[in-house]
Design a protein around this ligand. Structure first.
Ligand code: MIC
Ligand code: SF4
Length: 756
């Protein structure tokens, strides 16, 4: 048994007392999010009410999940923490390092051969420290977590931004950087700023072509990629209870795309059905005994405006299928004519070359069955695929069951490629081109969550649009971006006009789930004898050397890059081919900020070296500053570090000698990652000061020796002509986080405390 029912019962046994106490202290009815947060305080029962968006609070999460691309760095850090076992149930999932090319069998074999060093490392570290290990091919972390570990009312963290997917089963599940996970693995508290709360009231009912995916595509349009920052989004209302559990997972999953800390839904019958179908009747029975604490107090949902910081209303009956993109997940367009007009106006290619169904967002049994009902119609009506189709099932359990039930066969009859149960094309692990840099302009549609430039196939000219799995299937068959399956006819092989009927599907497999080998390896009870080896000359893995503190005197610093516009973690530390270096800091540092656009010349990976006057790649120029002993700063725009939880985006600049990152605003996980690695993450007090920064500037921190909570810092900018500006910079470091800075990193502090 992979999950721990006693742990879950332990959480529930304390819930009533803690929730009642919290209600008394807060002095009003509680939302579900507050119930979960207040029942997971590090210090036990609550004694004070926290101010949302302001107070830093210590929590005690119930579980941790890591995936292969982030677990390497997390575990390399944990190995330094001086512990013999993880303090909290933890799992590692191998899903990112598997390419999609030929199809599952060949691709998995290939991954197991080229990444064996990394998989073996992860397996042996897991075995040593009591961590559950999910082998390559077992499935995508968030689907596997939903199927095995998520439980209503629980709190978990995971080293992946889409950990939030588990909100579909009523959890508060939050994506973090590896260093945060290391704290909890090492038996310490996990700190989070008490979130603000956004309520989304769902009325009406989904029908026809509208899917749970469209709900979150709509929310993304309303809130934009930064509208959820620092908030938990809580969904409620009749529309919420009428949706499947995995559909709720889809909605929570893409909460990461609006910057939300997490999203969640109250416990309901769909969750109970899902728990029972995934062989967790005992969890459902236990949840039923504390039902009233697994959803908000009735008054909250009756008058949400009084209890949430913001309330959004969506009527599902009026919602239609949407396509979001290209290049950003919050740009929504309705299918058909609106898309046709917008595509023409913006010169987006109308011909669609690929439809991809999968990713942690939409790879459940229900997703595959609804998409296959469209594929079946294509076969029945004599339609030929106009685009190619690729499928990544979410887990081996989903795949095995879908194969047994004939779902995969339907796709195969349309010549679809069934890729491994893994992330694949969602994270650039798609061998679509030999040379993506020179690949032509084209459109693709997928059921994933992110569609940043180059994300799927490395081609900057690929326009990726996000849609529900059923719409993805229909558009791939039609081969046109502006196809409206509700109105448009297609011509079949016999020259007849045919139309699709509405998609149909099964929420859960009618004959139950089935799997032969789910790919799980339990750790040994005592792993102390297990040897973990990292070769000195490995190009994939490198043991870590602690960072030296940056210190409280930064003068004469140079500008490394002033990033223009969107700068996501993909721009700071690209994925795709670079995933292979996720366990080797020196090697992966060679991709640092190579995707960021230089504000002075609009080019990527082309910055001025102030020492020589020459231009070069960002990592090369930075290494030259480092050799010369010169500190540097990075400047950025809004929502800097949006996207992934990868701490590499903080560790690489730190490793290469960047001292401070100064931006208009940060994405939450990235800001914490910078703090954890002992860097300065600062924001302009006056956003317009971004414009003051020139290419040849030198920077002097004036009062860094007085670095303290709630106190701004002053920065002197010396321009090339000798003129100066002094600007005010803000920060959100509390006393403990300043201690990380002073020690060089949070890990340095843990080590110091453990050796005392
Ligand atoms: C992603 O979707 O961008 C990833 C790859 O899953 C990342 C984690 C990573 O960079 O390894 C995420 O979302 O956190
Ligand atoms: Fe994997 Fe994509 Fe999900 Fe990230 S978003 S975990 S890459 S499937």
């Amino acid at each position: 048994m992979a999950f721990d029912i006693n742990m879950i019962k332990g959480v529930y046994s304390k819930m009533a007392e803690r929730v009642n106490k919290a209600r008394e202290i807060v002095g009003k009815p509680l939302t579900l999010s507050e119930k979960i947060l207040y029942s997971h305080l590090w210090d036990g029962a609550p004694v004070e009410a926290f101010e949302r968006g302001k107070d830093y609070v210590d929590f005690a999460p119930d579980r941790i999940a890591c995936q292969d691309a982030t677990a390497q760095m997390a575990l390399l850090q944990f190995m330094q923490a001086g512990k013999t076992k993880v303090a909290v149930p933890t799992t590692v999932h191998c899903d990112h390092l598997i390419q999609a090319k030929e199809g599952a069998t060949t691709d998995l074999k290939h991954a197991n051969s080229v990444s064996s060093e990394v998989f073996d490392f992860l397996e042996s570290v897991s075995n040593k420290y009591g961590i559950g290990f999910w082998k390559p091919g077992a499935g995508i972390i968030h689907q596997v977590v939903l199927e095995n570990y998520a439980f209503p009312g629980g709190m978990m963290i995971g080293t992946d931004s889409h950990t939030v997917n588990a909100g579909g089963l009523g959890m508060v599940a939050i994506g973090v950087g590896g260093a945060d996970a290391v704290d909890v693995m090492a038996g310490m508290a996990w700190e989070l700023k008490f979130p603000k709360l956004i309520g989304v009231r769902l009325t009406g009912k989904l029908s026809g072509w509208t899917a749970p995916k469209d709900v979150i595509l709509k929310v993304a349009e309303i809130l934009t990629v930064k509208g959820g920052t620092g908030a938990i989004v809580e969904y409620f209302g009749p529309g919420a209870t009428s949706m499947s559990c995995t559909g709720k997972g889809t909605i929570c999953n893409m909460g990461a795309e609006i910057g939300a800390t997490t999203s969640t839904f109250g416990y309901d019958e769909s969750m109970e059905r899902y728990l029972r179908a995934t062989e967790r009747a005992d969890v459902a029975d236990a949840a039923n005994t504390v039902k009233e604490h697994l959803t908000a107090d009735a008054e909250v949902y009756a008058n949400p405006e009084q209890y949430f910081d913001e309330v959004i209303d969506i009527n599902l009956t009026e919602l239609g299928p949407l396509l979001n993109g290209p290049f950003t997940p919050d740009l929504s367009t309705e299918v058909g004519v609106p898309m046709s007009e917008k595509a023409k106006a913006n010169d987006w290619p109308l011909v669609v070359e690929w439809g991809l169904i999968g990713s942690c967002t939409n790879s459940s049994y229900e997703d595959l069955s609804r998409a296959s009902s469209i594929a079946q119609q294509a076969l029945d009506k004599g339609l030929k695929m106009k685009a190619e189709l690729g499928i990544n099932p979410g887990s081996e359990q989903v795949r095995y069951t879908a194969e047994r039930d004939g779902i995969l066969k339907v796709f195969e009859k349309l010549d679809a490629k069934i890729f491994t149960n893994a992330c694949g094309p969602c994270i650039g692990q798609w061998a679509r081109y030999n040379d993506p840099k020179n690949a032509p302009k084209n459109s693709i549609v997928h059921s994933f969550n992110r569609n940043f430039a180059k994300r799927a196939d490395g081609n900057p000219n690929t326009h990726a649009f996000v849609a529900s799995p059923e719409l993805t299937a229909a558009i791939a068959i039609a081969g046109r971006l502006d196809f409206n399956p509700m109105k448009d006819k297609l011509i079949n092989e016999e020259g007849q006009e045919v139309m699709f009927e509405e998609p149909q599907g099964w929420e859960l497999p009618p004959k139950g789930f089935e799997v032969k080998d789910n790919g799980y390896l339990a750790p040994e009870a005592d792993g102390s004898h297990v040897q973990v080896s990292v070769k000195d000359d490995s190009e994939r893995l490198q043991l870590l050397t602690p960072f030296e503190p940056i210190g409280n005197s930064i003068t004469g610093a140079k500008l490394l890059i002033k990033a223009f516009g969107k700068c996501t973690t993909d721009h700071i530390s690209m994925a795709g081919p670079w995933l292979r270096f996720r366990g080797h800091l020196d090697n992966i540092a060679n991709n640092t900020l190579i995707g960021a656009v230089n504000a002075f010349n609009q080019k990527t990976n082309f910055v001025k070296n102030q020492l020589t006057g020459d231009y070069g790649g960002v990592p090369d120029v930075q290494r030259e500053y480092k050799r010369a002993g010169i500190k540097t700063i990075v400047v950025g725009d809004h929502n800097y570090g949006e996207g992934s939880s990868r701490e590499h985006a903080a560790m690489q600049p730190r490793f290469l000698g960047v001292a401070a990152v100064i931006v208009k605003s940060f994405a939450r996980i990235h800001e914490t990652n910078l703090k954890k690695q002992g860097l300065l993450g600062l924001t302009f007090d006056n956003e317009a000061d971004y414009d003051l920064i020139q290419e040849n500037d030198t920077f002097n921190f004036i009062d860094l020796n007085e670095f303290a909570p709630n106190k701004s810092l002053m920065l002197e900018i010396v321009h090339e002509d000798g003129s100066k500006n002094t600007i005010k910079l803000n920060h959100t470091y509390n006393a403990a986080q300043i201690a990380w800075y002073n020690e060089g990193s949070a890990l340095n502090l843990i080590k110091k405390q453990n050796t005392k």
